[in-house]
Design a protein around this ligand. Structure first.
Ligand code: DC
Length: 236
């Protein structure tokens, strides 16, 4: 019998700190990292560039099936490519995120991306970040986190992230875009954003990056029997 490849899932709304935590956990464990939001964002970018009408499900599915998406992780940050073109910054744009959320509500689009996401599950292990990682894509994952944070804190974080990437938007605009997205992602019928019944909640509102990591790290060590002597990189 072959041993199962370990997988850890991170779900929750945007700007709750999933990406930062996920990349750091993957780096510490030496596991692969799946940014499933990038799949939906990349598809949205392809669709916007191709001038697809919203709701053109048939062409969206065909784009999803032919899209050549790849990732490179360096120094704790992930770069995303479509073919040979780097699209990392483009994917962070609000219009792309909004279109990603709209397209992601279509069950056929989700089905077209499902198996490719599962191919990321390879030895030695996987950290999977998204909205439905613990509920639909990897429902048997032995460790699932669900991250939350106050609306105010998320708005501040997203504003900071956009600034770092040279993009700008008002706090009011960011706040309403996040709420609109939460509403759509959380109420769709296909794989809505919600915690798996066995998910562990981490409220990151009052926590710094190291504290969020330390909290997750304790669970990871226990669940996957990572030796306590190993360097965690948590900085404490
Ligand atoms: O995590 P993100 O902001 O990059 O995701 C962009 C959108 O993609 C999000 O609003 C909903 C969709 N998405 C999804 O439906 N399922 C996932 N597993 C990841 C993202």
């Amino acid at each position: 019998m072959t041993a199962e490849v370990p997988v850890l899932t991170l779900d929750g709304a945007g700007a709750t700190g999933k990406g930062t935590l996920g990349l750091r956990l993957a780096d510490w464990l030496g596991w692969h990292f799946l940014d499933s939001g990038a799949f939906y964002r990349a598809l949205a970018l392809c669709a916007l560039e191709a001038g697809l009408k919203p709701g053109d499900e048939r062409r969206l599915v065909s784009l999803a099936e032919s899209m050549e998406l790849s990732f490179k992780t360096r120094d704790g940050s992930a770069r995303v490519f479509l073919g040979t073109r780097e699209v990392t910054a483009k994917l962070r744009r609000e219009e792309v995120g909004r279109a990603a959320s709209i397209n992601a509500a279509q069950p056929t689009v989700r089905a077209a991306l499902l198996e490719t996401q599962r191919t990321f599950l390879r030895p030695p292990g996987l950290v999977a970040d998204g909205r439905d990682m613990g509920t639909v894509v990897f429902p048997r994952a032995p460790l699932k986190f669900y991250l939350t944070a106050s609306q105010e804190q998320r708005t501040l974080r997203r504003h900071h992230q956009l600034k770092e990437m040279g993009l700008d938007a008002s706090m009011a605009h960011i706040g309403s875009a996040l709420s609109e997205r939460d509403q759509r992602d959380g109420t769709r019928t296909a794989a809505p954003m919600r915690p798996a019944p066995d998910a562990i909640f981490i409220n990151t509102t009052e926590l710094g990056r190291d504290e969020v990591f330390a909290c997750a790290e304790r669970w990871v060590r226990r669940r996957f029997q990572v030796p306590a002597t190993e360097e965690s990189g948590a900085g404490t």
